[in-house]
Design a protein around this ligand. Structure first.
Ligand code: NAP
Length: 304
């Protein structure tokens, strides 16, 4: 009683109409066939009536028996019937033809409407993506991705995951330039710090899935992701080390280099600065003194 209601198979209206039309067509051909058989029997009967039974024996036109004209007339009617069935297809009537035409027009209009909607959707998406790219381009223009590094004359920057020298004014400059900004670094450089530097947003790059960092430090898996993380900063800094500097040369707009005027033994190097790409815009020399055991120069390069 409360069992699941059985689904009754449904034939949709259009299918039903097609079946009915097919039935009409079969009936129509059947009627033509019956007409043909009656025509044959009727013709035979007319011939017999005239020639055997002598009906209308004297009824002739141009010396031809009347049944010949009767059969010819009937043949003409039969041919007209055949023509209607196979050539003009009128058996379904004008109304049916009009209905089919209307249906087709409605279907085409529906398709056009769908295409229009699709076109509008695609155009909107394209416009949105263009706007996004423009916004990105503008935000990129407004920010200056800067590499900050100290390197010896031989491009040495570190050994055993440590800096090679201690230059007080260089550290001061590093602090004042990066203060309040994002500092982007490789995992090894991050590990070379005793603790995160104050008043800077740290972005650490690693390929490790479960690398743990203190609260407030951003962890990312690529340099591109690191740059995106700092997209609202008008001057994010790449602070090393060697691996990250190498990859960042293509992205950076500026290099703040402290050139230490000596050669050092090192296991990590800064990439060569190609002067065809980079233009030196500032050069300030600092000599050796009681706080600085090496002479050095602050150099600024901007991408041409
Ligand atoms: N003189 C300077 O101004 C200066 C400045 C900074 C550092 N340093 C020195 O540079 C040395 C460290 O440099 P380094 O080249 O050995 O190491 P690094 O560049 O600091 O870090 C390398 C690590 O970063 C991660 N990494 C690099 N590229 C990546 C990418 N595309 N996607 C995801 N993760 C990526 C990997 O971490 P995982 O292995 O965790 O995947 C890789 O092992 C130290 O000696 C340091 O003292 C010098």
């Amino acid at each position: 009683m409360f069992g699941k209601k059985k689904d009754v198979p449904q034939i949709d209206k259009e299918q039903l109409e097609l079946i009915q039309n097919a039935q009409r067509r079969v009936n129509q051909k059947k009627r033509l066939y019956i007409h043909f058989v009656i025509f044959l029997i009727g013709s035979l009967f007319l011939i017999l009536a005239n020639l055997v039974l002598g009906i209308g024996k004297d009824l002739k036109l141009f010396d031809i028996n009347w049944f010949v004209f009767a059969i010819l007339l009937w043949l003409f009617l039969f041919l007209y019937h055949t023509f209607n069935v196979f050539v003009t297809h009128k058996f379904m009537g004008k109304q049916w033809e009009q209905e089919q035409l209307d249906k087709l027009t409605a279907q085409q209009q529906l398709r056009i409407e769908k295409l229009k909607q699709k076109f509008i959707k695609e155009e909107t998406l394209m416009a949105q993506s263009e706007a996004y790219n423009e916004t990105k381009a503008v935000s990129k223009k407004n920010s200056e991705l800067t590499i900050i590094v100290a390197a010896g004359e031989n491009d040495a920057i570190g050994k055993d995951n440590k800096l090679i020298w201690h230059l007080r004014d260089d550290l001061k400059r590093f602090k004042s330039l990066t203060n309040g900004h994002h500092i982007i670094m490789g995992r090894k450089t991050f590990e070379s710090f005793p603790k995160p530097l104050p008043n800077r947003t740290h972005v650490v790059i690693t390929r490790q899935e479960n690398y743990q960092v203190p609260n407030g430090v951003f962890l990312v898996n690529s340099l591109e992701e690191a740059i995106d993380t700092a997209e609202n900063d008008r001057q994010p800094f790449i602070i090393g080390g060697g691996d990250i500097y190498k990859q960042a040369m293509n992205f950076a707009d500026k290099i703040e280099l402290t050139r230490v005027h000596e050669n050092f033994e090192a296991d990590t190097l800064f990439p060569k600065i190609d002067t065809a790409i980079w233009e030196e815009t500032n050069n300030t020399f600092h000599d050796v003194d009681d706080k600085h055991e090496h002479a050095f120069s602050f150099l600024t390069y901007v991408k041409k």
